[in-house]
Ligand binder design. Structure first.
Ligand code: SF4
Ligand code: SF4
Ligand code: FES
Length: 530
């Protein structure tokens, strides 16, 4: 643990850190472009030059390791002169694009110019070297060569992380430029990460470009629901719409990265088919009704089936897209309130999806299979449920986040479940199953709820609600709480934190975990292999 002094402040830090990391620990920013903690150090941008006493000249902080007795100045006149010089140099051929550049608001060239430079350019506009603009280089990535500061973060990402090496630096001197090899576009499943790590507006996202200024966006910390890896993300949203997902650092799950499939997962959650009001089947049509009427109607149906055929005439299936809290609340509703143990999990992946790879992507596209397993909800065997229907033992089926008809196909669904007397759907979208239901209760998608997912390794991570569900839709836990209240008159909490506390108290695998402790990196289930 070497002791060193940065800007007059003595600190003791872990051995092996570089000066950027050491300074960060006392809240001192050393500006940098090429350094990225998950990539090798190339030291080519020189933005991180600092004065180190006894060194003959300024040192690059990214490639200078801390040492006992080191004295570093990040604010000295020498350091400041170097920072101005580097920025002036980087800006010589930079286009005057800021007003129309999509990176504005999160561009390190803009930010550092305002913080460390602020001098008028001495270089005539007409002499700037012109390079390519708005070049689609494959996947979802647009390249603007003029804006590039040649930090080589993108080339290193493709060389060191995906090992696909699609990008390289071509030409020489001030004609240096980033490009793809002729006829070989960027075409790997993690390409979007270079958009995140590019410190300027040289690499931007085709889908996001010009859709929203970044300073209007709000952020919610969450977890990608695209597969059972559960990459930590930030949801960038505005007025009830998601504009993009960005990976959030979690050393236990995804480091700094996410896949492109996950990056676009939100587009499936905000389409025209979203359910916005409770619906009831009325003369072969689904008609909207108030929540209070809907839950009273459903409670009374549950009461009738219980009375006439016993509690096990009512069953439920829950998709592994549900949060831990939703699954626990539904399990308790079935077991304690209704008195039926007929509850099972559906962990379904549609055909044609990508399989496991050696990096992040998992073949199982359900974010919470492990969570539901850990609370003892068994996998659903459709044939067993179907047999119970055929035998007249199962009369009412509650489906939460489960498009049973879409999974089975119409013929099989009608064969196995056509004899059901009452079908209830709690879901986000007007799925094929919802069209067949007697009652439909609209609930929020995972970005619209507080809660948690447990990934395939048993890491429990927290989701924060970005915004409420659309229209009259409620969060899944609120819908279950209202239904429970309509059945037995007991108030139930719809607060994710409170439900998680109950879950941790009664499910052994979750014992000792608190909802608050799930931020920022999650906690592993008891006994889960790391
Ligand atoms: S495109 Fe971006 S990440 Fe790549 S070298 Fe240029 S500035 Fe760096
Ligand atoms: S690997 Fe899975 S969880 Fe991670 S971003 Fe991709 S789809 Fe989402
Ligand atoms: S960050 Fe140190 S040289 Fe680029």
């Amino acid at each position: 643990m070497p002791k060193l002094t940065i800007d007059g402040k003595e600190i003791e830090v872990a051995d092996g850190l570089n000066l950027i990391q050491a300074a960060e620990q006392i809240g001192v920013e050393i500006p940098h472009y090429c350094y990225h903690p998950a990539l090798t150090i190339v030291g080519n941008c020189r933005m991180c030059l600092v004065e180190v006493e006894k060194a003959p000249k300024l040192q690059i902080a990214c490639n200078t390791k801390v040492a006992e007795g080191m004295v570093v100045h990040t604010q000295s006149a020498k350091t400041k002169t170097a920072q101005k010089a580097v920025l002036e140099f980087l800006l010589i051929n930079h286009p005057i694009d800021c007003p129309v550049c999509d990176q504005a608001g999160e561009c390190k060239l803009q930010d550092y110019y305002m913080q460390y430079d602020e001098q008028v350019s001495r270089f005539p506009l007409e002499k700037k070297v012109r390079k390519g603009k708005a070049i689609p280089i494959g996947s979802d990535v647009m390249l603007d060569q003029e804006r590039c500061v040649l930090c080589a973060r993108c080339t290193r990402f493709f060389d060191e992380v995906t090992h696909t090496s699609e990008l390289a630096i071509f030409e020489r001197g001030d004609h240096n430029e980033i490009d793809i090899y002729p006829g070989q576009p960027v075409n790997n499943k993690y390409a979007g990460n270079v958009i995140d790590i590019c410190p300027v507006g040289a690499l931007t996202e085709k889908d996001f470009r010009f859709r929203m200024r970044v300073w209007y966006l709000h952020r919610a910390t969450s977890v990608c629901g695209g597969c059972e890896r559960g990459c930590a993300i930030d949801i960038h949203h505005q007025r009830g719409r998601i504009y993009r997902y960005k990976p959030r650092y979690n050393p236990e799950v995804n480091s700094y990265w996410m896949c492109d499939e996950g990056r676009h997962h939100f587009t499936k959650l905000q389409n025209e088919t979203r359910l916005t009001a409770p619906l009831v089947q009325d003369r072969e049509r689904l008609m909207p009704e108030e929540w209070s009427v809907a839950v009273r109607r459903l409670a009374s149906q549950i009461g009738n089936f219980k009375k006439s055929f016993g509690p096990r005439s009512i069953g439920a299936m829950i998709g592994a897209q549900a949060t831990n809290e939703e699954a626990f609340a539904l399990k308790r509703l079935l077991l304690d309130t209704i008195g039926s143990d007929r509850i099972a999990m559906v962990s379904y992946t549609p055909p044609g999806m990508s399989g496991d790879d050696e990096f992040l992507i998992r073949a199982n596209k359900n974010p919470n299979t492990r969570g539901l397993e850990a609370m003892g909800i068994p996998p659903a065997h459709f044939s067993e449920f179907g047999a119970a229907v055929a035998a007249g033992e199962l009369k009412m089926l509650i489906l939460m986040r489960t498009d049973l008809l879409g999974m089975m196909g119409e013929t099989e669904f009608i064969r196995d479940f056509g004899a059901l007397e009452y079908l209830v759907v709690l879901d986000t979208d007007a799925s094929e199953t919802a069209q067949m239901a007697n009652q439909v209760l609209p609930i929020g998608a995972y970005p619209e709820t507080d809660g948690s997912f447990t990934n395939f390794k048993g890491r429990v991570q927290r989701l924060s609600q970005a915004f409420p569900p659309p229209g009259e839709a409620l969060t899944g836990i609120e819908a279950i709480a209202r239904l429970g209240h309509a059945i037995d008159g007991q108030e139930r909490t719809a607060d994710a934190n409170a439900i998680f506390t109950q879950l941790a108290a009664s499910e052994p695998a979750f014992e000792g975990i608190s909802f608050d402790a799930l931020m920022p990196y999650g906690i592993s289930l008891k006994g889960a292999a790391q």
